[in-house]
Design a protein around this ligand. Structure first.
Ligand SMILES: Nc1ncnc2c1ncn2[C@@H]1O[C@H](COP(=O)(O)OP(=O)(O)OP(=O)(O)O)[C@@H](O)[C@H]1O
Ligand SMILES: [Mg+2]
Length: 422
């Protein structure tokens, strides 16, 4: 049963176990109100008579277990009700994880550590969001790890991150990002430097193991890990590596039987590998939309989701910072210095000369205090963009979320660029 709607104000009466799916048209916003009954958006319960606004490009599903009445106003690309959703299967998965949490608490062991994998556009991020929301609603504080360096939900593209989730996500703003732990990777695909990617995944795994040993509640609550859609060849190896680094005991494979069978074959016996269907509502995103989405994430970092933040602009003398990038171009083995292996160039910390070429690149402020520290594995304190360079004055201008001065002096340059234009 599907209804196609267009513009203006529309009322939708949903039966039990159905969902209203809609996309907000480019350049428009859509207001949603729950007039009657109970409903949720990706695991966050809606409040009756509270209007929520969704911005252009948002793809939303309002699900109801027992029926509800929804009012939409604004221009939607497409809006329809579907009764064909995998929500019951997803909630059963949550119940199984919940049981593992109870056993962990009883026996003072670890809660479930879940790796969510699958090809692109199958709803991996949405499922993580849902499982985290349900866990929080049951009183847990799970750790959310996002190692999708292209479409990361914790920090900006080109990073890997982790955080403890203590409150359900806000339907408009997502999870509140209190004290996330973020690492600089510098590219939007793990394929660009798998060596560095795996090192950072191992580092995150180590930190999470230590934290979970210290914080009992997080240990019982478990860890939910989101991944990117790279599942073949080196991408598959990276999935296996992540499963080991986070010591996962559950792998959820969305939509792809082949990947499911490969992982069943290759994971150790104590790891439960589960195949779940994707929702028919998940919308495919082409390359352009992905690029736009990444730009939007960077913009949100500086300006907030609804332009509610006011970033700072100030000048920094060249002499106050040192810029590096990680990874040097590969050299043939015969040209390498004695004792250096061909893979070593991928983790090489290379100084970058400040000049016009650094403009518009995302710069991560490293927590390392000096070049003698392990810069590679130092977490990021935040991000800035160099928006202008004055070679004569030997100063550059930055866009920064915080006022001057920069908290540390080592900057790591990302491949990813951001032009600060409307
Ligand atoms: N049931 C649904 N109805 C409508 N839209 C949905 C539904 N589930 C997910 N979406 C939307 O589909 C889009 C893609 O989903 P999601 O980001 O979870 O996929 P993904 O597998 O993580 O993609 P990627 O490979 O890019 O990381 C998102 O914009 C999400 O809001
Ligand atoms: Mg995703």
């Amino acid at each position: 049963m599907a209804e196609d709607k267009g513009e203006g104000k529309e009322d939708y009466k949903l039966e039990a176990n159905s969902e209203l799916r809609f996309e907000v048209e480019a350049g428009a916003t859509v207001q949603l109100e729950l007039a009657e009954g109970k409903a949720e958006i990706f695991g966050t319960e809606l409040t009756t008579n509270r209007k929520c606004t969704f911005l252009a490009g948002a793809k939303v599903a309002v699900y109801t277990w027992h029926g509800c009445h929804i009012k939409l106003s604004g221009r939607t690309d497409v809006a329809y009700i579907s009764k064909d959703t995998p929500m019951t299967i997803y909630v059963n998965t949550h119940q199984a994880l919940e049981q593992m949490r109870h056993i962990a608490e009883e026996h003072v062991t670890r809660g479930p550590r879940v790796l969510v994998v699958g090809p692109t556009d199958v709803g991996k991020s949405t499922l993580c969001h849902l499982l985290l929301n349900y866990a929080v609603a049951c009183g847990h504080s799970p750790v959310f790890v996002d190692i999708d360096v292209g479409q990361n939900d914790i920090a900006i593209p080109g990073t890997l991150g982790a955080m403890v989730v203590e409150r359900p996500a806000d339907v408009e703003e997502g999870f509140s990002l209190t004290a996330p732990l973020v690492f600089h990777y510098g590219h939007n695909s793990p394929a660009q430097n798998p060596t560095l990617f795996n090192i950072l995944v191992s580092k995150l795994g180590e930190i999470i193991n230590t934290k979970c040993n210290e914080i009992k509640k997080s240990n019982y609550s478990g860890v939910i890990i989101n991944t990117g859609g790279w599942v073949r060849g080196t991408g598959y190896d990276a999935i296996k590596h992540a499963a080991g680094a986070f010591e996962v005991d559950v792998v959820i494979v969305l939509d792809q039987e082949r990947l499911y069978n490969e992982l069943k074959r290759d994971m150790p016996g104590f790891v439960k590998v589960i195949l779940l269907p994707k929702s028919g509502g998940v919308v495919e995103r082409n390359r352009n939309i992905r690029t736009e989405f990444r730009d939007q994430k960077v913009r949100e970092y500086f300006y907030g989701t609804r332009n509610s933040l006011f970033p700072h602009t100030f000048e920094v003398p060249f002499a106050e910072v040192k810029i590096f990038k990680i990874g040097a171009p590969s050299l043939p083995a015969s040209c390498l210095p004695l004792g250096m292996k061909t893979g070593d160039n991928k983790t090489k910390v290379v100084p970058v000369t400040i000049g016009p070429t650094v403009q518009h690149h995302i710069m991560s402020i490293s927590s390392a205090s000096s070049v003698d520290h392990n810069i590679l594995e130092a977490n990021s304190l935040g991000f800035i963009i160099i928006t202008g360079i004055d070679m004569e004055k030997q100063k550059f201008t930055v866009l920064s979320p915080s006022p001057r001065p920069l908290p540390k002096s080592i900057l790591l340059m990302s491949d990813i660029q951001f032009m600060d234009i409307e």
